[in-house]
Design a protein around this ligand. Structure first.
Ligand SMILES: Nc1ncnc2c1ncn2[C@@H]1O[C@H](COP(=O)(O)OP(=O)(O)O)[C@@H](O)[C@H]1O
Ligand SMILES: [Mg+2]
Length: 455
């Protein structure tokens, strides 16, 4: 079984880890990969944007499966081109990938299909967008560039003036280029966010376990937004009942709407949810595995990832596949980044990797090996350090401690990944404890009553 994995970040390292761990007969090829993936795969130095070279590799190597990690090649239609040549590929077509690449089209689709999401209007003209804010939305309000904007095109605005400034930046200043040809004015939702991934054949899904990520740079969710400073799974809010509800009211109707539109979605569908007081609502969809959540989720998988991926790539139905299975316990990923991230990360620092225990995985996200074979930083997010343990607290502690031991000049990481879950579990324990005290008091009262009658 030969697999070509496209991409070279932490997400792809986690995918390579999962695919090679489950089956020793898997021969993995990665393009362009990274120094971490190089331990698991044969590296081919072809960039993820070089569609012609990637197809040549897939054909020459006669691969049984292509797995595409990042959104850019999906948005550019790599799946469409590979399918035309009969190459079995896991991922959505360009048309289906618009679920991520056009927030405007996706919002229209959701509103038409009655899928729970925040109400929004789409505008191309700044004056119309400003009028919408003033007349119909007020503040707080969320202003979004419709297209791909590297995680920077969404601005949560606390005042009407902030919203006006965001609209001008997107539509008039073209701060995000063509991604800002359309701008959404969207109602602000409150609640906790949850990332839920599902493998889909276009009709049915195999949902994964829920995860939460931490977008802000600093402890306590302070500081600027980043691509993600860490993630953890499972999330106790993500109960089986919640996953069933999201399946019935969000995933399945979304897939139905996409089939009806003539762009069936196959691959990995990522629902970014807000758990509002009225139930889960869609914040956004992504058309691929999320990073860093994938680095926390996949190490928890006990069953096969390859089987459902292969089925989807071959155009088979998922209803014959059994549900994904997960180990007990928890998984926490702490991102180690370069000083200056996210604005101007310093790169080129030499890296010393400590020897860590087997339950720790160090996924490479921004590393390179120089001509002398020295491992160096090459990006903002350098590693994702995942610890899997029997308890949440243990996974949290081990991930944090291992991240602290990774040595390069200017390494930074958060020390509180998973704090929301830790707080929830503490509150739950306090409730259990209070209930136990209450029960004991009631028992004592009954006993006292019994004693009083006996005497
Ligand atoms: N309607 C909304 N209400 C409240 N917060 C929102 C809303 N839409 C987006 N956000 C916040 O902004 C973040 C980024 O928005 P999202 O649509 O996921 O864009 P992207 O990931 O493409 O940058 C979300 O994770 C969420 O924290
Ligand atoms: Mg998002």
């Amino acid at each position: 079984m030969k697999i070509l994995l496209i991409g070279g970040g932490g997400r792809e390292h986690a995918l390579a880890d999962a695919l090679s761990r489950e089956n020793t007969r898997v021969e993995l090829i990665a393009a362009p990969g990274n120094p971490g993936i190089a331990d698991l795969a044969r590296i081919i130095p072809v960039n993820a944007s070089d569609d012609v070279a990637l197809m040549a590799v897939a054909e020459q190597e006669a691969v049984n499966l292509v797995v595409i990690g990042p959104e850019a090649p999906l948005a550019a239609g790599l799946v469409d081109q590979m399918r035309l040549r009969g190459i079995p590929v896991f991922g959505p077509t360009m048309g289906a990938a618009t679920i991520e690449t056009s927030k405007a089209d996706t919002k229209a689709m959701m509103m038409a299909a009655g899928i729970p999401t925040a109400h929004a209007e789409t505008h191309r003209n700044a004056k119309d967008a400003r009028d919408a804010v003033k007349a119909r939305f007020g503040a707080p309000v969320v202003i979004k560039a419709s297209g791909l904007a590297a995680g920077k095109g969404v601005i949560v605005c606390h005042t009407i003036d902030e919203a006006y400034a965001a609209i001008d930046r997107i539509l008039d200043d073209k701060a995000f280029g063509d991604a800002g040809n359309e701008c959404l004015v969207e109602s602000f939702m409150t609640g906790e966010e949850l990332s839920l991934f599902a493998i889909t054949d276009g009709t049915d899904i195999l949902p994964m376990i829920g995860a939460q990520d931490h977008k802000r740079l600093l402890d306590g969710d302070e500081g600027p937004n980043t691509g993600g400073m860490g993630a953890y799974t499972p999330v106790s809010l993500s109960t089986p009942a919640l996953i069933d509800d999201v399946t019935e009211r969000i995933f399945l109707p979304t897939l139905h709407a996409l089939r009806k539109r003539g762009t069936p979605f196959t691959g990995l569908l990522y629902a970014g949810l807000m758990l509002t007081p009225e139930g889960p609502k869609v914040v956004e969809f992504n058309c691929r595995f999320g990073d860093p959540e994938t680095q926390a989720i996949l190490p928890m998988l006990t069953g096969s990832l390859l089987e459902p991926m292969l089925a989807v790539a071959r155009g088979a139905r998922l209803k014959h596949q059994s549900a994904l299975t997960w180990r007990a316990g928890a998984s926490v990923t702490t991102v180690v980044a370069s000083e200056g991230y996210p604005d101007a990360p310093r790169t080129g620092a030499g890296i010393e990797l400590p020897s860590l225990s087997d339950d720790i995985r160090v996924y490479h996200a921004g590393t390179t090996r120089d001509a002398d074979g020295v491992l160096r930083t090459s990006g903002g997010r350098v590693f994702g350090v995942t610890a899997v343990a029997d308890t949440f607290a243990e996974a949290q502690r081990r991930s944090r401690d291992a991240a602290a031991r990774i040595g390069f000049d200017g390494a930074i990481h958060r020390r509180d990944i998973g704090w929301r879950e830790a707080e929830r579990r503490a509150a739950e324990m306090a409730t259990v404890h209070a209930a136990a005290i209450h029960d004991a008091a009631v028992r004592a009262e009954i006993d006292a009553g019994t004693d009083a009658r006996a005497s």
